[in-house]
Design a protein around this ligand. Sequence first.
Ligand code: SF4
Length: 327
Amino acid sequence: MNQFQYVRPTKQQAAIDAVTKDPSASFIAGGTNLVDLMKRGIATPQKLVDINRLPLARIDPDPGKLRIGALALNSAVADDKQVRARQPLLAQALNAGASAQLRNMATVGGNMLQRTRCQYFYDTTMPCNKREPGTGCGALEGFNRMHAIFGFSDKCIAVHPSDMSVALVALDATVLVSGPNGDRRIPFADFHRLPGDTPEKDTNLEKGELITAVEVPDGPFTKYVHYQKIRERASYAFALVSVAAALDIENNTIKAARLAMGGVAHKPWRLTAAEQSLVGKPATEESFRQAAEIAMQGAKAFKHNAYKLKMGPNAIVQALRTAASAA
Ligand code: SF4
């Protein structure tokens, strides 16, 4: 691990200034991903700005929305009574992520910023455009079993690993950030990026911008929800494919739907066309299968991940079926 300076400001502006003014500085909160990256020499910040003294851990049940502070722990959010009652899909997705120990350290902001688990990204002897732009992509012709089927480029085919983010994109959340040029709000769907020619950039955050909170608007999705995660073992594994499904059902007719997938793209993958196809339909297997077929349009596999083309639609149907019977 490289040597680094360590500071713990108590004022938000001081934290932002510290990272803005130093090109090599990085925020740290729970450190559950960043410390691993530093140990392996993948991240080499010269200064760590620890933000744990900032008052950003509150969960505020505002009228019409939940405001979740960026430093709220994943376990605290998943266990929060208001979150469980008003956004049960989010609680399910959080509990599907990582291990209990990690959820007790990891923050909401850090969860969104965690980096891909592509094995070539973590192996510094291999080419990787995300770790070192211009070196190539080891996964393109390599062992790409965990990789993307949507939205990839010839520069990078990695997937985003967060479960929480799949629920947040489905629930139309908004990310609140504060930076050297003031405050701004980013729709969750625009927070993460597709790789394009710049896979080294995971998000649309600017240098020095600090996530302060996530807002999740109230909606009708309090009963018929399910987070389906398919992984290689029962706990502490990243998704091969995951699906966040939320339905508003009245008299067996779907009034509104939300669907998103994880483990399939460089960002949480919202399925708006499939959602629209469900509105007005009966909550039946046939409707779910049609939605899954629409959702998978445009998917393309690589040598080792063709199984996702079959697992994807099956997971969508399973998630919708379970959501529809969840109440
Ligand atoms: Fe690197 Fe992306 Fe290729 Fe993985 S898929 S080796 S992260 S460029």
